[in-house]
Write a protein that binds this ligand. Structure first.
Ligand code: BG6
Ligand code: MG
Length: 214
C-alpha cells in the first residue's frame, strides 16, 4: 500500500532546472569555458557545492575552497534573482492538481529536494500548504544519490520507505529513491530515467490509481 508521496522540486514541480542551467552556464562562460546539455543532466539533483566541483572538473580547472565559495555564491545570486519573480503560473502542468489529488486520496506529501532555495520557490508559487513535510538542502548532510533526503521525508511522515513513492527528474534522485527502498516515478525521458519503475513526461499524466500498480 502506498501511503506517502515524496516530491523532488526542481524539474518535477517547477521548471527551475532551466534557471539552474542558465546560471551555471553564465558562470562557466565568465570563466571562459562551457559544458554540454548532456553534462548538465549530471548536475540535476546534485547540491550546489558538488555541481560547481563537477563543472570545474570537466573544464580541468582548480580553484581554492575560498574561490569555490565565491563562485557558488555568485551563481546562486543570479539564480535567486530569477526565482524571486516566479509566479504560480510557473508550476509545471498538472503538478498542483496531482498534489491535491494525492492529499484528497488520504496520502501524505513531502518535499525531498537538494535545494536550499525551496522555501522561496514554494512561497512564490503558492504551493507551501500542499506539503506535510519539507526536507531540503538546509536539512540534509548527504546529497542524492544518497537516500537521506527521502528517508528523512518518510520518517517525517511516519511512513515506511516501501510505502512511499518518489517523483524525480534526476538520475541521481532515482538512484537515491531506489537506495532508500522506495518506488520511483521518473519525470522526463525514459532513455535517461530507465531505472525508474515508471516514467512520465509530467505529473499531468498521473492519477493516484496508477500508483497502486507500481
Ligand atoms: C536541486 C537541483 O534540486 O537543487 C540542482 O536539481 C541544484 O540542480 C540543487 O544544484 C541545489 O540547489 P540550490 O537552490 O540550493 O542551489
Ligand atoms: Mg530535480
Amino acid at each position: 500500500d502506498i501511503k506517502a508521496c515524496l516530491f523532488d522540486l526542481d524539474g518535477v514541480i517547477v521548471d527551475t532546472a532551466v534557471y539552474h542551467y542558465r546560471a551555471w552556464k553564465r558562470l562557466a562562460n565568465e570563466l571562459g569555458f562551457d559544458f554540454t546539455e548532456e553534462e548538465n543532466e549530471k548536475l540535476k539533483g546534485v547540491s550546489r557545492v558538488r555541481s560547481l566541483e563537477l563543472i570545474l572538473e570537466w573544464a580541468g580547472i582548480t580553484k581554492t575552497e575560498e574561490e569555490r565559495a565565491e563562485l557558488a555564491a555568485r551563481k546562486n545570486s543570479w539564480y535567486v534573482d530569477m526565482i524571486s519573480s516566479m509566479q504560480p503560473e510557473e508550476v509545471l502542468p498538472g503538478a498542483r492538481e496531482f498534489l491535491e489529488e494525492v492529499r484528497a486520496a488520504g496520502m501524505k506529501t513531502a518535499l525531498g529536494s537538494a535545494s536550499k532555495n525551496s522555501g522561496l520557490i514554494l512561497e512564490r508559487t503558492g504551493l507551501l500548504s500542499l506539503f506535510d513535510a519539507i526536507v531540503d538542502g538546509n536539512s540534509v548532510t548527504a546529497s542524492k544519490p544518497d537516500p537521506q533526503v527521502f528517508l528523512k521525508g518518510a520518517e517525517a511522515l511516519n511512513t515506511a520507505p516501501h510505502q512511499c513513492v518518489v517523483f524525480e527528474d534526476a538520475v541521481a534522485g532515482i538512484e537515491a529513491a531506489k537506495a532508500g527502498g522506495m518506488k520511483v516515478v521518473g519525470v522526463g525521458s525514459p532513455e535517461i530515467l530507465h531505472d525508474a519503475d515508471l516514467v512520465v513526461k509530467g505529473l499531468y499524466e498521473l492519477s493516484t490509481d496508477l500508483l497502486y500498480h507500481l
